[in-house]
Design a protein around this ligand. Structure first.
Ligand code: CKP
Ligand code: MG
Length: 312
């Protein structure tokens, strides 16, 4: 595997019409989860990715499993759990540019992930392990599972990539701050958004915040600055990679995961940090131009065209 990831994927329902959900009578139905979005993004770009999770042994679990496998992701490590349901969530468009998310995921099958679900040899053979701050927020056993996966990765020299993906609806701020900081310390590459960085370490310029992440233990920091682009810092390189202009943001959710897939694909292809981050920006931009989390994820030739057209 080039990249192995671990986390919860849910059935997503979006009302077909904007406005509060109490008036909605028709919904579109999609598969969404930050970690599987990254795995799908990488598969679409031609890489081998694997996704570790639990799903309910129910219709939605079967649908999600088939969908992710159909996208070319290895799902051999997914457990169908007969004792718990697949998580659901709803995404309302309240007004142009104003989205609201409501989760129905407490006690879900994925929240029962436990350290014994992770096969050490599966992680040992990967180039990268990708984890996010959503998983440890789901339950104590999920938190332990993330730590175990990271321990396996570190024991076998597998790079750990961490996206804080702060979800304040899932846990209290003080706990989120503590655990996310702990995971920053254990990661090789950290991909925070600027708001997540400020949540963790207070206000500062991108340069200052990136330095703080490095002081906490991450070797490479890539700070996402929305449409403006991203700032990266490690031992060898430092700088800004400019964002891509998009005619319309159709759906912003999933952009961060597309960014992660783009950056990882660049690193796997041996690009330097600036070009890898530029790929992240490009994939993020392509994701926000399509509805859903994964619909906008490009194949390699479309991605290269998109970048070349801008740079000409
Ligand atoms: O940070 P992003 O917008 O890229 O992440 C979106 C995903 O996993 C979304 O698909 C949802 O399922 C989630 O984050 C979540 O649990 O919030
Ligand atoms: Mg994110």
């Amino acid at each position: 595997m080039d990249v192995v990831t671990l986390g919860e994927t849910m059935m997503l329902f979006t009302p077909d019409n904007p406005g509060p959900m109490r008036y909605a009578d028709r919904f579109s139905n999609r598969v969404a989860g930050a970690e599987s979005n990254v795995a799908i993004g990488l598969a679409r770009l031609g890489f081998q990715s694997g996704w570790i999770s639990r799903l309910g042994d129910d219709e939605f679990g079967k649908k999600i499993n088939a969908f992710i496998r159909g996208e070319g992701v290895d799902t051999s490590q997914v457990i169908l759990d007969e004792t718990a349901d697949t998580g659901l969530f709803f995404k309302e468009k309240l007004a142009p540019g104003e989205w609201r998310v409501k989760y129905y995921r407490q006690g879900s099958a994925a929240s029962r992930l436990k350290p014994g679900d992770v096969d050490e040899s599966y992680i040992a053979e990967a180039n990268y392990l990708h984890v996010t701050g959503i998983t440890p927020a789901l339950s104590d056993s999920c938190y332990e599972t993330v730590l175990t996966a990271i321990d396996y990765a570190r024991a076998h020299g597998v790079n750990v990539v961490f996206d804080p993906n702060l979800r304040r609806k899932l846990w209290p701020d003080h706990k989120a701050r503590k655990v996310l900081t702990e995971l920053v310390q254990k990661a090789d590459i950290v991909l925070p958004g600027i708001e997540e960085a400020e949540f963790l370490f207070g206000n500062g310029t991108p340069e200052e915040l990136a330095r703080t992440f490095r002081e906490k233990g991450a070797s490479t920091v890539i700070l996402k600055l929305g449409g403006t682009g991203a700032y990266y810092l490690n031992n060898a390189a430092e700088g800004y990679a400019e964002g891509f202009e998009v005619p319309e943001v159709v759906d912003p959710v999933g952009a961060g995961d597309g960014f992660s897939a783009g950056v990882l694909s660049g690193l796997l292809d041996g690009l330097d940090m600036k070009d890898a981050v530029q790929r992240g920006n490009a994939v993020g931009a392509m994701v926000v131009m399509a509805p859903g989390d994964v619909e906008g994820l490009p194949e390699k030739d479309r991605l290269v065209d998109f970048i070349t057209n801008r740079n000409q």
